[in-house]
Design a protein around this ligand. Structure first.
Ligand SMILES: [Zn+2]
Length: 353
């Protein structure tokens, strides 16, 4: 892994200087160096070139850097599964047979037909093999009705049916970990003043961050699973606001919250999308504009309609509702009005069927 990333880091400098992401050109010029100088195997050199091109293409204005333990791609020529609990990995010292541990969920979905894998070394020194598997998508039925889902901070997800997944558990968890973090940081500072290196405290801080992220992930899995199950069970699709809208709409008080919620939202949406695809449930994105300030009864749009975080009362018709449920109903209404956003090719296929 060190050799691979050292090679990638060197090669990406060359690619950046030459302003090229052309694999063939890079291979012609530097393949021999990757083999001779860095000692990579033939296939590792090929993967290294591909990895470098990808990193350079992502943002051509900045020179990418590869950390010594950045994830290393392993394809079918570099690895192979020997049964469900052992994997053979090519290293600079030849092939090694490594025992692997898989969770039950992963085991059920594991198939030998896998895509590219990444070998990852976590900061605590544990090694992971991230395996990509292709799962068949459910046959997607075009939905004629939708569950509108409003995503928020106080309530993570609210449906147009009136179900609310509150953010209380997550907020509790965030607070608990934030205070644990503060006291650990204090302890670390005290140790530093005494001239000691607070290494064990650092490790604890690190594991705290991991635990909080896993808790959120678990919550997001549960919420998205429930949403998709309801949609599937009632033969409806799921309507969500477009991501850009969510980011600009929610006003956040502290930058830390913004960061946390940013990825947490993206994750929830990703989970909804892939679980929906597996179940054959349509997800329809809608324009997020005014969903929270429009009256679902009469259509009046007024910022003052939303009195507090939780309360909606229409200034024109007097309609009162839970603010997030009102928003979810608006999202559903938008999805019903918007035609399905499919390409012509796709539409042609559907009509042919
Ligand atoms: Zn109204």
């Amino acid at each position: 892994m060190r050799a691979f990333n050292a090679a990638a880091n060197w090669l990406v400098g060359k690619a950046f200087a030459m302003r090229t992401a052309n694999k063939i050109a890079l291979q012609r010029l530097h393949y021999a160096d990757l083999r001779g100088h860095f000692g990579l195997s033939a296939q590792m050199a090929v993967r290294c070139i591909a990895q470098v091109c990808q990193a350079y293409k992502r943002d051509k204005t900045k020179r990418p850097h590869f950390r010594p333990f950045a994830a290393m791609p392993y394809d079918q020529r570099l690895m192979s599964f020997k049964g469900p609990d052992r994997v053979s990995l090519l290293t600079l010292g030849g092939r090694i047979l490594m025992p692997v541990v898989m969770g039950r969920y992963q085991k059920e979905r594991f198939s030998p037909a896998i895509g590219q894998c990444d070998v990852v070394r976590r900061r605590d020194g544990k090694w992971f093999l991230l395996v990509t598997v292709d799962l068949p998508e459910g046959t997607r039925t075009s939905a004629s009705d939708f569950i509108g889902v409003d995503l928020g901070v106080a309530n993570i997800a609210t449906t147009s049916d009136g179900q609310i997944a509150t953010g209380d558990a997550i907020e509790d968890c965030r607070r608990r970990y934030a205070s644990a973090r503060r006291s650990l940081q204090k302890a670390a500072a005290a140790r530093k003043r005494q001239g000691q290196r607070p290494k064990s405290i650092r490790r604890k801080l690190c594991s705290l961050a991991g635990r909080e992220a896993r808790f959120r992930k678990h919550e997001n899995h549960c919420i998205s699973k429930r949403l998709v199950a309801i949609a599937k069970g009632t033969g409806r699709g799921i309507a969500l606001e477009d991501l850009q809208g969510i980011r600009s709409r929610i006003r956040l008080r502290r930058p830390q919250r913004a960061r946390v919620h940013g990825w947490s939202f993206r994750q929830l949406r990703q989970f909804v999308s892939y679980k929906a695809a597996m179940a054959g449930v349509e997800v329809r994105p809608v324009d997020p504009r005014d969903t929270s300030r429009t009256c679902n009864c009469c259509g009046a749009i007024d910022k003052a309609n939303r009195r507090t975080q939780a309360e909606f009362r229409c200034r024109r018709c007097g309609h009162a509702a839970h603010a997030d449920i009102n928003a979810a109903l608006n999202i559903r209404a938008k999805a019903l009005v918007n035609g399905p956003q499919v390409s012509e090719r796709h539409a042609g296929l559907q009509s042919a069927v």
